[in-house]
Design a protein around this ligand. Structure first.
Ligand code: TXA
Ligand code: MG
Length: 328
């Protein structure tokens, strides 16, 4: 029998247990408001190395560092601009990661050798309690095997990474999709990954924000963001995007077939054996998207079709995840 990572409920004892593991250079999975993270002491190279190994993550893909508050963030950068201060005051704790000049406390491995570091203060009470207990910045990517669907429950983590030493259970994540990543080291500043902080809200603070054209793949070197690595967030079976009610084409797909949609499409009901009807608001859709992909994986569908949402800013983060899940 393969080993199974222990899932524990959160109390002072399990927080102390998690902190002891992290102090010993080991890993621990914990909930955030976006997705579950796989944490390691960001100041220790060998601990961070374990994250890359366990996830099977390419070493050119940098990690996000989590801190409990703005003053801890300031200690990890070589310069903190008025713009960083303004964004941090407005959006932290919350689902925004800021890329800033990396200070000497963070080893290069965290950022895949880049001279920058991505920082965020998560708002989940368990993540904050863990950060307060450990008293170390935590490097934490999503707690899943590289390229697979991010976890929004402790059980998702256990299935994807059965060798994690400990999983703190904080229930399902409220936002369900990764943080928005913004690079403040270039002018004008750039959006690296659309995410849980709605673009509409971010644009109020950063009206000149440069939005990425979709899926730029750099020829070599560290990735500016895996938002730029084309395939990502993918379920274990092929996923196809479609633009409208298109039963002829869907009829040719292998069965059983799963459907993810935010509009009820009667003509597809008979052709798809497992239907995930998600909410029609982009934020609520995002909250349940990964969980729906995990549910369809559990039903052992042989393929998934997903209705492509609008190309407007409100749907940008969801569309980005769907396009990547559909890439192979
Ligand atoms: O919501 C989240 O951000 C979750 C939770 C656990 O906090 N974490 C997460 O981590 O999604 P990960 O490793 O799956 O994604 C990290 C993102 C990638 O897009 C990565 O390229 C970008 O952050 N990133 C990290 N450091 C960077 C840097 N120095 N420069 C540019 N992008 C960076
Ligand atoms: Mg990830």
């Amino acid at each position: 029998m393969p080993s199974k990572a222990p899932i524990v409920s959160v109390n002072p004892q399990t927080l102390a247990q998690a902190a002891a593991l992290l102090h010993a250079g080991q890993l621990c999975a914990f909930p955030t408001e976006t997705v579950y993270g796989l944490g390691a002491d960001a100041t220790r190279e060998e601990a961070v190395q374990r994250i890359y190994q366990l996830k099977g993550r390419p070493s050119n893909n940098p990690l996000i560092v989590h801190v409990p508050d703005v003053s801890s963030a300031r200690q990890l950068v070589s310069s903190w601009s008025p713009q960083a201060e303004r964004l941090a005051q407005r959006f932290w704790p919350g689902p925004l990661s800021l890329v800033l000049p990396r200070g000497p406390k963070i080893p290069a491995i965290v950022s895949a050798g880049l001279p920058t570091v991505a920082l965020r203060v998560p708002s989940h009470p368990v993540a904050l309690a863990l950060l307060q207990t450990v008293q170390r910045p935590l490097a934490a990517p999503s707690a899943n095997r590289s390229e697979s669907v991010s976890p929004t429950t402790a059980q998702h983590v256990q299935r994807s990474l059965p060798d994690v030493p400990l999983i703190l259970d904080g229930g399902p994540c409220q936002l369900g999709i990764e943080s928005t990543v913004v690079d403040l080291t270039t002018q004008p500043v750039r959006l690296l990954r659309p995410g849980a902080l709605p673009l509409r809200v971010l644009l109020e603070e950063l009206p000149d924000l440069v939005l990425p054209s979709f899926a730029i793949e750099p020829a070599h070197g560290a990735l500016p963001s895996p938002g730029m690595m084309t395939r990502h967030y993918a379920p274990s079976v092929p996923l196809y995007l479609f633009d409208q009610d298109d039963p002829d084409w869907v009829a040719t797909l292998p069965k059983p077939c799963g459907l993810i949609t935010h509009r009820d499409l009667p003509s597809l009901r008979a052709l798809c054996q497992h239907i995930e009807l998600l909410p029609s608001s982009p934020e609520a859709y995002a909250t349940d998207l990964y969980a729906a992909l995990h549910r369809l994986d559990d039903k052992q569908v042989r393929c998934i079709v997903a209705l492509r949402p609008n190309q407007d800013n409100d749907w940008r983060a969801v569309l980005d995840r769907l396009e990547r899940a559909a890439t192979r």
